[in-house]
Write a protein that binds this ligand. Structure first.
Ligand code: GH3
Ligand code: MG
Ligand code: MG
Ligand code: MG
Length: 313
């Protein structure tokens, strides 16, 4: 039994990772069967503020790649059970929705290998032994491009919070995690009250100002692990990981109070804005992302019907 355990344990090397993804400049996944290479790369990347996950086993690595969606993949060509090219091929089969830079590293730094890597979807090829300075400069460029790409497809331009597209992906991922970890989470749908009236009275540009201010207010009012999305128009969604229905409802009611004291000035008129919210907590297996959203939206509808400026769970 001990031998089996030891074998399983050494089959895939995941070096301990301590950096928090929220604060790290980016998450980098490295797949290499050479553990000393993993330690070497992990050290220099972490020194530069990146978070690093490592694998030696191609199967586990591919799984972790899809689970974690790293910001960059570093992939060795020669691996025991599968080549790095095959891993690229496996990933390519999945029709990835987002750009994740893929960098191949290999001792075999001949033109044929490099061409093969590029043709199979690699964005870069670095020969071993690795020149640290050049490697870090390249990583910096790749992660900058990745950030720019994410900014342009996942962030709402007006409010600078995540957009609906990213919400759909996030909620799917939260459900996948929930199935595995049984960690519940709470979804809140927020909608500004009588927003059409604000546009009509103060103009569309003032309406835009209110939306920007509201998004800023939301980000300031929640924890760093909670995520804000603009679902559309004057409707926002917040996902609260590991938060109970009661806690979120209480927090939102307090936030409605707080936001109502923010004063907007248009010409010589001063006005305030309220919002309503519907809350739903995912804690059972049977629920789907669609039905969870519908339930939160149903509560929002009730909050509106009950007189607005309130959160209901
Ligand atoms: P309720 O309290 O029932 O939610 O009333 P409401 O007026 O907020 O709801 P309704 O859905 O009738 O109106 C939403 C308005 O939001 C209509 C639309 O013109 C406006 N809107 C949507 N997107 C934007 C935007 O990006 N900027 C501005 N200024 N207005 C927007
Ligand atoms: Mg190797
Ligand atoms: Mg509204
Ligand atoms: Mg609305």
């Amino acid at each position: 039994i001990e031998l089996t355990y030891a074998y399983e344990h050494f089959n895939d090397v995941e070096l301990k990772t301590e950096v928090d993804r929220e604060t790290a400049a980016g998450l980098i996944q490295i797949i290499d069967d050479d553990v000393s290479m993993l330690i070497f790369l992990k050290d220099i990347l972490e020194e530069n503020g990146w978070m690093v996950i490592t694998n030696t086993d191609p199967e586990k690595a591919t799984q972790q790649y899809f689970d974690m969606q790293p910001d960059c993949l570093i992939l060795d060509v020669q691996l025991p059970s599968k080549t790095g090219f095959q891993i690229l091929d496996d990933i390519q089969q999945h029709n990835e929705k987002y750009f994740i830079p893929k960098i191949m590293i290999s001792i075999q730094n001949d033109k044929e290998s490099r061409l093969k890597a590029y043709k199979m979807g690699a964005d870069d090829f670095i020969g071993k032994p690795i020149d640290v300075e050049e490697f870090l400069a390249k990583m910096d460029r790749h992660l900058q491009r990745k950030r720019l790409f994410d900014q342009s497809v996942l962030i709402d331009e007006l409010t600078q919070v995540y957009n609906r597209r990213f919400f759909e992906d996030s909620i799917t991922r939260f459900f996948q995690d929930f199935k595995r970890t049984k960690q519940g989470f709470t979804i809140a749908v927020l909608d500004l009250d009588r927003f059409k009236c604000i546009n009509d009275t103060h103009g569309h540009l003032m309406g835009d100002q209110v939306l920007m201010e509201f998004a800023k207010f939301l980000k300031q009012s929640i924890r760093s692990s909670d995520i804000v999305f603009r679902y559309g128009g004057e409707e926002f969604v917040v996902i609260f990981p590991r938060a109970s229905n009661e806690d979120v409802e209480r927090l939102l009611n307090q936030m409605i109070q707080n936001f109502s004291t923010v004063l907007f000035t248009s010409k010589d008129q001063t006005f305030s804005v309220t919002f309503s919210a519907g809350v739903y907590t995912v804690e059972e297996e049977a629920v789907t992302p669609e039905s969870a959203f519908k339930k939160a939206d149903g509560s929002l509808y009730l909050a509106k019907r009950s007189g607005r400026a309130r959160a209901m769970g």
